[in-house]
Design a protein around this ligand. Structure first.
Ligand SMILES: [Zn+2]
Length: 266
């Protein structure tokens, strides 16, 4: 795809710019409840111990923490990310009965066909249909098609940059049409412009999580923290024949940070 074709596709998919550019994601089901972290002033994130194949683990950890950190301590907003201990195993999944983690991991061998092609990263949210409460948010980076880095070098996808964007999704923000916003839908290897929030991003955050609404408590992931992909307890009954998932837990592969990649013509 040429750059022109890519940009044309973007234009075709975006609605006309509203007066307010930031967008809160909603449930797919009517009446489209807005997604949000509920009853907690934090969202605990868990980094997989494997990190990225491209960067030393401690560098990955620092860049990931920096990416989440840009959303912390925004004046007028109460929500913040916390980092749990590193996980020996984490998956993009939500266990209705069992412990969970908001997993941050790289996919190095397979970027699934059902994920957006050319996606740099993907945030998958499980939410409560009834009220849009975010039950689980997992972030996966595409290590199959991209090389990652931490210094904005051309040809490398910056981890801080990408994490800052996906972190916004984990908090319930969808893509923004604001020029330069961290929540704009596209980036490219070497891009570091998403590292810092713009006024549009912070407006969205403070509108969804206004300081006056601080619940004053920081909750663990649903069912407790799971750092090793522990399965649900055997006695939960959730594996019995005929057991159905609760109707309120549906995964939403929310949005990928799509790549703007230039290909030379032969
Ligand atoms: Zn995105």
């Amino acid at each position: 795809m040429t750059r022109l074709a890519c940009l044309a596709l973007t234009a075709a998919l975006l609605p006309a710019a509203p007066a307010r550019a930031w967008v809160q994601a909603t449930t797919r089901e009517e009446p489209h409840q807005p997604l949000h972290v509920a009853d907690s002033n934090c969202l605990p994130m868990t980094l997989h111990a494997a990190g990225s194949d491209d960067v030393a683990f401690e560098e990955v950890r620092a860049a990931v923490e920096a990416g989440f950190g840009v959303w912390n301590d925004v004046p007028g907003a109460y929500v913040a990310f916390t980092m749990t201990p590193v996980a020996s195993c984490c998956r993009a999944e939500f266990l209705q009965q069992g412990a969970n983690a908001n997993c941050v991991r790289w996919l190095e061998d397979d970027w699934p066909d059902e994920y957006p092609p050319n996606g740099i990263a993907l945030t998958t949210i499980t939410y409560a249909v009834e009220n849009g409460a975010i039950l689980d948010a997992d972030i996966e980076y595409n290590g199959v098609d991209f090389t990652f880095g931490t210094d904005c070098a051309s040809g490398r996808v910056d981890i801080w940059n990408t994490t800052a964007h996906e972190a916004g999704h984990a908090l319930g923000l969808d893509h923004s049409t604001a020029i330069g916003a961290t929540m704009r839908p596209r980036s490219y290897p070497g891009d570091c412009d998403l590292r810092d929030l713009t006024a549009d991003d912070t407006e969205g955050l403070t509108a969804i999580y206004p300081a006056a609404g601080d619940p004053g408590t920081c909750l663990e992931p649903r069912g407790g923290l799971n750092l090793d992909c522990s399965p649900p307890p055997d006695d939960c009954g959730c594996r019995a024949p005929g057991a159905r998932p609760a109707p309120w837990a549906l995964p939403l592969a929310l949005t990928a940070l799509a790549a703007l990649r230039l290909r030379r013509r032969r």
